[in-house]
Design a protein around this ligand. Structure first.
Ligand SMILES: Cc1cc2nc3c(=O)[nH]c(=O)nc-3n(C[C@H](O)[C@H](O)[C@H](O)COP(=O)(O)OP(=O)(O)OC[C@H]3O[C@@H](n4cnc5c(N)ncnc54)[C@H](O)[C@@H]3O)c2cc1C
Length: 386
């Protein structure tokens, strides 16, 4: 029997695994696909963290609580914000290359509902893959065992205590029972069960379902965040057009070419996600259209290409040039605020079973996640789970 198994290899699972190893605990990670395949790997805009000169803990806490619509757990938010900077600095020490300005200082950008610039990004709009790369490298350096293509089917529970998990080994098509004294669930959310989604197909809430079937309490399952601006064009996938495009000055227009956010919020395009998504939906309904447009073509084209290389190239694949024309967008399911109910130490109501990251619900996001708080959550609460 192992001391601990971690299920999932996104930011939360990897961070938990690394911390467990550091504590001298025998740990192995099991994951459904290739190790790098996760929502984390696709995250674009960045990671929110209170590290810039203009920022302070109170401001980041306040912004998070406001976005959460009064339904956050304040203690969870305080932990996230206050433990975040050390976790991000550690990530930098492990080789994570966040973008810097011309003076060689970290370059903080702004996203909706943040009152100051506090989002670190990497390779323009490919922050998640840089974080995933860094954590996988670190896990490899620490010789952490990662078992790929193991799909969690059921958690094994005896007398209200977890004793391991049952997996489908997808490569060998076998059932494997792995016994462990404790299990950390880090299996991500369930936004891929929606028709319009920004998530990769593996994000189907398997861990939350297994925990529920094993007797765990789940919470806030009704709170699913729709990203306001996913590509909506012919047969193209609902590819995300990051919030940071609006942070850099992109505007929303309807099919009559009118900028419409002033009708809905004083914060215009930088209102919280739920407000922007609902405003777009109203505009689509009022005009009997299935999309509006996101327009960044008024900015310098070289800047746009450098700042948003992934988005630029992905749109170009479908014949859309973001430097020259408005891009058709509509809201798509993006992030699950709810999940397995935990306390601030990631404990569930089943002894020995812990949950962290998007599959968990410790109240840090309330009814609505503040943009870019989720990868920070994975780092902070992944380590706490350990
Ligand atoms: C397109 C996109 C852009 C985003 N941009 C940002 C951003 O800019 N900033 C930000 O903070 N957040 C962003 N997010 C959200 C963020 O990526 C996630 O909330 C975060 O990465 C979740 O991390 P996690 O470790 O909890 O889960 P994930 O990264 O989703 O990892 C889950 C892991 O569990 C594994 N797994 C799932 N089911 C099973 C199973 N049955 N058996 C075994 N393993 C399983 C998966 O294979 C995967 O390894 C974005 C998300 C998307 C989709």
């Amino acid at each position: 029997m192992r001391d601990c198994i971690v299920i999932g290899s996104g930011v939360a699972g990897l961070r938990a695994g690394i911390e467990l190893k550091r504590l001298g605990i025998d740990v192995a990670i099991f994951t459904k696909d290739k190790a790098s395949e996760s929502n984390t790997n696709y995250a674009q805009g960045g990671i929110a963290v209170c590290l810039s000169k203009n920022d302070n803990f109170d401001l980041h806490i306040k912004d998070t609580l406001i976005a959460g619509a009064g339904l956050c757990n304040k203690k969870s938010v305080e932990i996230l914000v206050k433990e975040g900077p050390d976790k991000v600095k550690e990530l930098i020490d492990w080789g994570c290359q966040f973008d810097k300005n011309e003076n060689g200082e970290l370059n903080f950008t702004k996203e909706a509902a943040h009152s100051v610039n506090r989002i670190l990004h990497a390779n323009g709009d490919a922050t998640g893959s840089e974080i995933e790369r860094t954590l996988l490298n670190k896990a490899q350096k620490e010789s952490i065992e990662i078992n790929e293509h193991y799909r969690l089917i059921d958690l094994l529970v005896e007398n209200k205590r977890v004793i391991g998990a049952k997996f489908h080994n997808l490569k060998e098509n076998t059932l494997n029972y792995i016994y462990a004294k404790s299990v950390v669930l880090a299996t991500g959310g369930y936004a891929a069960i929606y028709n319009h989604t920004t998530n990769p197909s593996l994000t189907t809430g398997d861990g939350i379902a297994s925990a529920f079937l094993a007797g765990c309490t789940v919470e806030d399952m009704e709170f699913v965040q729709f990203h306001p601006t996913a590509l909506n064009y012919k047969k193209a996938p609902s590819f995300l057009l990051s919030e940071s495009m609006r942070g850099e000055g992109a505007i929303l227009i309807n099919d009559k070419g009118e900028r419409f956010m002033e009708k809905y919020s004083k914060q215009l395009e930088l209102a919280p996600r739920d407000i922007v998504a609902r405003s777009i939906f109203s505009e689509m309904q009022n005009n009997l259209k299935d999309h509006v447009y996101l327009d960044i073509s008024h900015l310098d084209s070289e800047f746009v290409k450098k700042r948003f290389p992934t988005i630029y190239h992905e749109c170009l694949k479908y014949g859309l040039d973001i430097t020259k024309e408005p891009i058709p967008v509509s809201p798509a399911a993006h992030y699950t605020m709810g999940g397995v109910k935990t306390d601030v130490d990631c404990k569930t109501n089943i002894s020995g079973l812990f949950a962290c990251g998007e599959c968990a619900c410790n109240g840090v996001h309330g009814a609505n996640r503040l943009a870019s708080n989720s990868m920070l959550e994975g780092l902070v609460y992944g380590a706490r789970a350990a």
